[in-house]
Design a protein. Sequence first.
Length: 784
Amino acid sequence: MHPADPAALLEGLNDQQRRAVEHTGSPLLVVAGAGSGKTRVLTRRIAYLLGARQVHPGQVLAITFTNKAAAEMKERVAELVGRRANAMWVSTFHSMCVRVLRREAKTLGMTSSFSIYDSDDSKRLITLVARDLDLDPKRYAARSLAVHISNLKNELVDAETAAGNATNDLERRVAEVYVEYQRRLREANAMDFDDLIMRTVELLQTFPDVAEYYHRRFRHVLVDEYQDTNHAQYTLVRELVGTGRGTGEHAVPPAELCVVGDADQSIYAFRGATIRNIVEFERDYPQATTVLLEQNYRSTQNILTAANAVISRNPDRRDKRLWTAMGDGEKIVAYVGDNEHDEANFVAGEIDRLVDAGIANNSDVAVFYRTNNQSRVFEEIFIRLGLPYKVVGGVRFYERREIRDAVAYLRVLANPEDTVSLRRILNVPKRGIGERAEACVAMHAERERVSFNTALRAATEGRVAMLNPRSQRAIAGFVELVDGLRRFVDDGQDVAEVLDAVLEQTGYRAELEASDDPQDASRLENLTELITVAREFTELPDAPEDDAPEGSAPIETTGPAAGTLAAFLERVSLVADADQVPDEDDTGGVVTLMTLHTAKGLEYPVVFSTGWEDGVFPHMRALSDPVELAEERRLAYVGITRARERLYLSRAVVRSAWGQPMTNPASRFFDEIPADLLDWRRLGPERSSPVRATTFGSGSGGGGGGASRSTFGSRGTRSQATRGWQETAALTLEVGDRVNHDKYGLGRVVATDGQGPRTTATIDFGTAGTIRLMLIGSVPMVKL
DNA sequence: AACACGATGATTTTT
DNA sequence: TCATCGTGTT
C-alpha cells in the first residue's frame, strides 16, 4: 500500500519545487529550466493532490505531447501512489481528444469508428482534391496546401471562415481546397491530427452539457511542455478548465490548472507552437501564480554557463539563469574538422578514447546534428570502426510503405468509407485496377454524389460509365476480397489473424516472397514484426481500469474495447515510436545518433553536438530571419543542456551538401559562448600550409586515416579523392570478410573472382540474399 | 497497365 | 547525392 504520506512527498525538493507541489487554487505556471526536475514536480504534485488534498485520481487529467512522456509520467506517479494511478487520465493531447471524440462522435455527425489520418494520408487526400479542382501542382503543391490548412486548423479557423477571410489568390485557393478537403474527410468518416484537437474544442464550445460533464469530472488539469502548445491546444485546455461562469446547474467552478514549460525550449514553432501561450500565461489567467525553477540537477556549471550565454542572446525573453551545486566540471571541447569525415572521425576517436579510459560507456554517448542526412557520415565511420550505434528518428516503422499498406487494409476493414486507405490498396498488390479504372470510379462517385466505396460497388454491377469489362471484373474481385476479409473481422478474429489473412489473401506476402529485390526481404520482416505487435496487443491489452470518482457518472474506458481492431488502429495511428531510444542497459550499449529536435527531453553524460556551421546550424533558412534564428538558438540551448558531464561542439570547414562541397563559416553560436569555457582541440587546417592531398596507399594508415586527408583541392579533386580512398580501403575483399552495404545491409564475402577493376565478390547478405557485386566505381559498401 | 527514364528539389516533426 | 514524381514508352 502507498499511504502517500504528504510530508514524504515534499522530501528532497528545493523551495521552488515544493511551492509548485503545494500550490493550491489559482492557475499555476511552472517555468522549468532544462534539467530542473520538472517531471519530478509534476509527479509529486499529482501524488500530493491525492495524498494531502483528498483528490480522487479520476479527477486528474494530465496532458503531454508524446506517448513516451505520458507513459513515463504514469509510471512515476504509480511509484508514488500505486494502482490508483490507473484511474487518472494521463495521455497525449491527441489520444485524450480521440477518447472524447469517440464517445461523442454522434454529436458531431461521425461514427465512433472514424479513421485517423496522419499527415501522409491527409496529403494524399489534398492531392486528390487539388487535382479535382484543377490546381496547378507546381504553384499549389499538396505539401504546401497541407501546411496552410494545418496552420488554419491550429488557429481554429474553419474552412468557411477561411473562405470568408481570404484576401488574396493564394488564400482563396487554400480555402477552396480546405472546404472540399473537409467535405471529403467527413465523407470518409475520418479526421486528421489537427481535427482531433479542433473538433474537441468545437464539441466543448458548442455543447454545454458535454463540457459540463468533463468539467465535473476533471478538477485538476496538468499540462506538460506547455511551450509547445499551439493556439488550438491552448483553447482546448481553457475549455477543459472552464470559466466557472455557468449558471444554475451548469455552475461548475473552474478546474485547478497547472502548466509546466520552458519558453527557451520551444523548438516547434514551425508546427504551430506559439510561445505566446507561456509568455502571456499571466495575462490570460490574471490570478495566476508563477514558480521559476532554475536549479539544475543534470549538468556541470560550465555547460550551464554556456547554455545561459547562448540563450541570453534571444530578444524578448524572460531572464532565467540555470545554476548547479555540482561544480564547474570539464571545459567544453571544441573541434574544427577539415570536412565532415574528419569531424566524424574525431567524434569516433573521442568516443573510443573515453570508453577505453573507462570514463563512459557507449550508451552514455549521444551525437546530435541539425538534419537527418548528417547521420550518414557518422554511420560510415562507426561501422568501419565497429562502434555500435543506433540512429533514432528518420523513417519510422509506421511510415514504411509496407506497414502503411497493411494498415490501410485494416482501416478499410474497420471503416469501409475510408477513401484514402481504400484508394491506397485498390491496386496494391497489382491486380489490374489501373489509374484509368480508378478515375472512372472516382468520376462516378462525384457525379452521383456517393462515396468512393459506394461507387466501387456500383462498378461491380456495371453501373459505372466508361469502365471496361476487364477492370470491372478486377474491381469485383477486389470488392469480394475485402468483403471476405471483413467477414473475418466480424467473426471476431484476433487482429493478428486478420492481418495474416490480409497478407495471405491479397497476395501481398506472396509478391514480396517472390521478389528478388533484397529490400523486399526486409519489408517481409517488417510485416512479420507488425503481426507480432498485433499479437502482443491482443494478448496484453494495456487498457487501464477506468475508475470515475464517486458521484460522477461512470465513464467508458479508452473507447474501443481492448484488443479489438479499432483499438489496434488507434494505437497504430497515435503511437509512432516503434523505434525507441536505446536503453542504457542495452547490452554493452550503443551510441545514440539523433537530430537536435529528437534530443529534447533526453540527457546523456557525454554529448557531441556536431555541424556547428552557419548554414547548417543555424540552418540556412534561418540566417536571414531573426524569428527563425531565435528558434535555432533555442535548439542550441536544448542541445547544450542535454549534456551531463562532457560536451563537445564541432564543425567542419568543408561539408558536402547535395553532392557539392560547401565551405561553411563557423556557427555564430560559437561566438556566443564565453571563450574561457572552450577547450579548442583543433582550430582547423593551418592557413599557411594546407595539408597536401596525398596518394592513397592501401589500407595501412590506421588511426588518423581519413582525418588528415585534405579536401582543399578543387571540387572535382575532392570528390575523386574521397571516393578513391574509400575504394581501396573498402574493396580489398577476401573470403570471410564482413561488409556493410548501403542497400543490402550486413553480409559476408563467400567468394571473390577476377582481377583489378574487374574484381567481383559474391556476398551473402543473409535475409537480403546472396549477391554478386562488381567492386568498381563507388561501391556503396564498407568493409568491417 | 506497367515499367523506365529524366527532371526536380531537398529543415526540424512529439501526434 | 538521392529519392520521389511526372511523363513517355512498350
